[in-house]
Design a protein around this ligand. Structure first.
Ligand code: NDP
Ligand code: OXD
Length: 312
């Protein structure tokens, strides 16, 4: 057995063998074990996990590091069984690029009125609408972190007028940045399309409620790629019914999979994707995971550590 200790893997979404191969390519002596195959829990020093079940950590007495197999840590922070250890998350530019691709697709789809042309084709009708200049389209990005800042920059490259909102002041070239609760109403009031890229925390849970949805210009578009609970889903459904919200692209939901009786399924103005705007990528993420393992071994501080109290 390796002197590094073992890494236990848990995910219902990610392929264990692909991750194992990618990680061992970076650090061959690291032994990686699927959670169902652990025979000596005392040898496990690292946990690479996505949404492990409650009580998962209890049998690993010698754990030194928990690595969230994704960017959002809301399923880890706040759970009662989380060990008091460094918790890191993935911070991968390739993951940010994949997310930006989804955001660009969704924003461009609205800016170029693709749903309108899809509808016209059903009739069929040759229904010309002159394209608008991108700078006339005001897009707001809520959350300017690793993923949000990247997506905002890509939107700027497309020529959109981009507004960004975060918790603390940010400077991103070409993006009109504001921050804090007091700035939210003005931010919302100027955006015809908003992209929600916030982490789910006690502060952001239910942030986009009826009051805040009503601050958007009538007929605004919403793209949610963060977590369903950041938007009050019933308020969104009502706003879609009244036309306060014109269209929505939703990748995340309060309950996943989205229940079959959700009214969202039948709404023509809603595009639903099953939580895959971006995914953890083994090849590009493995070097940073291995680097943190080596940092733990060398007694150095880890990178990409989350602040449990803050929630992200
Ligand atoms: P980061 O932690 O890097 O950035 C979070 C951003 O949100 C920061 O700009 C932060 O502000 C801001 N923020 C946090 N709390 C508040 C608040 N109360 N008010 C205003 N702004 C706030 O996260 P990432 O960019 O890496 O990821 C964002 C989220 O995307 C993840 O948490 C996850 O939920 C989601 N995600 C979804 C995926 C999907 O497939 N749908 C895939 C990957 C991630 P500040 O900069 O001031 O700290
Ligand atoms: C993540 C996600 O947070 O895939 O990484 O949602």
């Amino acid at each position: 057995m390796s002197s590094l200790g073992q890494m236990v893997f848990y995910s219902d979404f990610d392929d264990f063998n692909v991750w194992k191969e990618a990680l061992q390519h970076c650090l061959p002596e690291l032994e990686i074990v699927h959670s169902t195959a652990v025979t000596h829990p005392e040898k496990v020093h690292y946990a690479l996990v996505w949404k492990p079940p409650q009580g998962f950590f209890a049998r690993f007495d010698n754990l030194k590091l928990v690595i969230n197999l994704g960017a959002g840590v809301d399923s880890l922070v706040g759970r009662p069984d989380l060990p008091d250890l460094p918790i890191t998350r993935l911070s991968d530019p390739n993951m940010a690029r994949m997310m930006a691709g989804y955001v660009l697709f969704a924003v461009l789809r609205y800016a170029r009125e693709i749903p309108y042309f899809e509808q016209a084709q059903q009739e069929p009708a040759w229904s010309y609408r002159h394209p608008r200049s991108p700078e006339d389209v005001h897009v707001g990005v809520l959350g300017l972190g690793e993923l949000g800042a990247y997506a905002a920059t890509e939107l700027v490259r497309q020529g959109f007028t981009v507004h960004g909102w975060s918790r603390s002041q940010k400077e991103i070239e070409g993006v009109c940045c504001s921050y804090g609760t007091a700035a939210l109403p003005a931010f919302l009031g100027q955006c015809e399309t908003i992209v929600v890229m916030l982490p789910l925390t006690p502060e952001t849970r239910g942030l986009l409620d009826e009051h805040h949805l009503n601050l958007l210009p009538r007929g605004a578009n919403i793209i949610n790629v963060s977590r369903g609970e950041v938007i009050v889903e019933d308020a969104l459904i009502n706003a879609l019914k009244t036309g306060q919200i014109g269209q929505a692209t939703l990748d995340v939901f309060t309950k996943e999979p989205l229940p079959l009786d959700s009214p969202l399924w039948a709404m023509q103005q809603v595009l639903i994707t099953p939580h895959l705007a971006s995914v953890a990528l083994p090849l590009s993420s493995s070097p940073q995971i291995v680097d943190n393992v080596l940092r733990i071994c060398g007694g150095k501080p880890v990178l990409h550590q989350i602040e449990v109290m803050r929630g992200y």
